[in-house]
Design a protein around this ligand. Structure first.
Ligand code: ADP
Ligand code: MG
Length: 607
């Protein structure tokens, strides 16, 4: 028998169309979990498969099960249940790839937030593989649009999550509609004892495959922790972001509200960032993940549940801004980086009180987590300086500077000043309002005690414009004119509706597909807001935006000049006037906010 180390997919006796698909995606050889699980599943055993995140568990069940699908039979034969929509989509996409050379096999992702019509149409036409979240699957069963009577294979992906309290009843309900006689596989990275017990109920005479964590991605992830007082986390994060070289980043926080708040703050500092949480409409969440993949944004601020299982290769850094609840969620979180054997970085923020969890994580992962000092101002300056020097060096190699020489000659001729002084003058112009080199006092002192009035004043330091992070200075003050090339619009959502700059930017960026970089000043008034958008917006985009909702309000976007004179605004609405600063604008937003009132509404949807 071939040992698993040098085994190829051919050795696994997979059918030709699947081998072709694997060739096309470029998998060289099966990963350990695949090498061990595929033969067992092909033989028809029930299976409990355990291996760290990023080790290819999807293909471990998808390949052998696809191999046994009967394409002539149009009722669903294989059902995969996943805890989140993102994961269902991702797994369905993987199935589609692996089945791409078997023309007749159809795979349908079924999850909430998407219209029923399309799902029903596809189900009627016939699909062999359904990948879904429990809620929507149950809806279809109840509507009798999904028939599980011919089901032969069942998979619970992220099985530990699926068998936890919130989900297990749904899973039971679904199973009661499927034949007893079937092959079941459970896959997960982690399997806490109590949950493992429950698995017995679902598996008949199962085989266990457990890949020891030493072969996991964890070894390619450099893990560090930063001990930091809670009120200095934002400052620590922004310093780290300046000094670390990162491609994609996922920042984990505990609550949905925190995803939005932190994303807003980072976006105000010029980062391309979006929140990802269970309350964001499905379509927008999908686009957000896609944007991260495509590099339109670099940073996601996410909660555990929506980020679970996400597979985005360019994620180089995972920041545990809020500490995870247990070592298992830590493992899941950091598994978002170091995908497919790449190098990854995980940084954990930890307060003095939380140190115990740190030790327990080290025990679970069997890897030390290094202490990491918070980057000092002088480190930031060093980084800035070396990047600046680098960009100057690169610019000197650029052919187009040739055409600038006459201007240089002219300036030299017309000025008494030495070349050094001229260069310093140009440097001063280049750095603009933002000094290239920071003084210690430019940034909050991370060794200071928490201010007495915690929320408000703790954040002032970072938003008073001295924090050196405002890479994208916007000039939306009062009724100032829109910048060159921009046009001002009015939208019908304001403070009273709970609008925040971040929601508005998010909605416009998503619905109109405008890069958030190109969304200009936003000013929020009581009943409405204004937003500056690039000139010449196509009509379709405008129509889309007219119907887009923020905080439940239709935007009804129209040109600012279209609107009646501000004075006419009814009932206490505060019209924008040049002499009165707006209450909130994108680059100067109060740290206070209607968190409480939003919190209530935020909880309205789950999964
Ligand atoms: P898990 O479910 O264990 O977290 P995934 O199934 O999401 O892992 O796979 C992680 C990544 O590894 C995906 O990008 C997938 O395409 C890739 N992958 C899976 N199997 C292989 C393989 N045999 N060779 C190369 N890449 C693979
Ligand atoms: Mg997975």
């Amino acid at each position: 028998m071939t040992t698993t180390v040098d085994m190829t997919f051919k050795d696994l006796n997979l059918p030709e169309p699947i081998l072709q698909a694997l060739e096309k995606v470029g998998y060289e050889k099966p990963s350990p979990i695949q090498a061990e699980s595929i033969p067992l599943l092909l033989k028809g055993h029930d299976l409990l498969g355990q291996a760290q995140t990023g080790t290819g568990k999807t293909a471990a069940f998808a390949l052998p099960m696809l191999a046994n699908i009967d394409p002539e039979q149009s009722k669903p034969q294989l059902l995969v249940l996943a805890p989140t929509r993102e994961l269902a989509i991702q797994v369905a996409e993987a199935f589609q790839v692996y089945a791409s050379f078997s023309q007749k096999i159809r795979v349908l992702p079924v999850y909430g937030g998407q219209s029923y019509d399309n799902q029903i149409r596809q189900l009627k036409r016939g699909v062999q593989v359904v990948v879904g979240t429990p809620g929507r699957i149950i809806d279809h069963i109840k509507r009798k649009t999904l028939d599980l009577s011919e089901l032969k294979y069942l998979v619970l992906d992220e099985a530990d999550e699926m068998l936890r309290m919130g989900f297990i009843d749904d899973v039971e309900l679904i199973l009661s509609h499927a034949p007893e006689e079937r092959q079941t596989a459970l896959f997960s990275a982690t399997m806490p004892g109590p949950i493992k017990k429950i698995t017995q109920r679902y598996l008949k005479d199962p085989k266990h495959v457990k890949i020891a964590s030493k072969v996991s991605t964890a070894s390619t992830i450099r893990q560090r922790y930063c001990q930091i007082a809670p009120h200095h986390k934002l400052e620590a994060l922004t310093r780290i972001m300046e000094v670390e070289v990162f491609d994609g980043m996922i920042i984990f926080v505990r609550t949905k509200t925190a995803t939005v708040e932190l994303a807003d703050k980072l976006s105000a500092r010029g980062y391309d960032v979006e929140p990802l949480n269970g309350d964001i409409p499905q379509a927008a969440r999908e686009r957000t993940v896609e944007k991260l993949k495509q590099g339109q944004i670099d940073i996601l601020v996410a909660t555990d549940v929506v980020a679970r299982g996400l597979d985005v290769e360019r994620v180089s850094h995972v920041i545990n801004y809020d500490i995870p609840y247990d070592s298992e969620s830590y493992v899941h979180r950091i598994g978002r980086t170091g995908r497919a054997g790449r190098q990854g970085d995980a940084i954990l923020f930890i307060s003095h009180r939380e140190k115990r969890l740190l030790f327990s994580i080290e025990k679970t992962t069997k890897q030390p987590i290094e202490a990491m000092p918070i980057p000092s101002i002088s480190e930031i300056n060093e980084t800035r300086l070396s990047r600046f020097k680098q960009s100057v060096a690169e610019a000197t190699q650029d052919d187009s500077i040739e055409s600038l020489m006459p201007i240089v000659e002219m300036i030299k001729a017309e000025n008494e000043a030495s070349p050094e002084v001229l260069m310093a003058a140009l440097l001063k112009i280049a750095q603009g309002d933002e000094p290239l080199i920071l003084k210690e006092t430019d940034r909050p002192d991370i060794n200071s005690k928490p201010p007495r009035d915690s929320r408000d004043s703790r954040e002032r330091g970072s938003r008073d414009g001295r924090d050196g992070r405002e890479r994208k200075p916007k000039v939306p003050r009062g009724n100032r004119k829109p910048e060159e090339g921009m046009q001002r619009f009015r939208i019908e959502v304001g403070h009273v509706h709970g609008a925040k700059p971040g929601n508005i930017v998010g909605a416009i960026a998503n619905e109109a597909n405008i890069n958030s970089k190109h969304i200009g000043a936003i000013e929020i008034y009581d009943n409405f807001s204004t937003v500056d958008l690039p000139d010449g917006m196509p009509k379709e985009t405008r129509d889309t935006l007219a119907g887009t909702r923020v905080a439940g309000q239709r935007l009804n976007i129209r040109e600012w000049s279209d609107t009646p004179p501000p004075k006419r605004e009814g009932r206490g609405d505060r019209a924008p006037r040049g002499d009165r600063p707006p209450r909130e604008s994108r680059d100067d937003r109060p740290a206070r906010g209607n968190r409480e009132e939003r919190g209530g509404r935020d909880r309205k949807r789950k999964n």
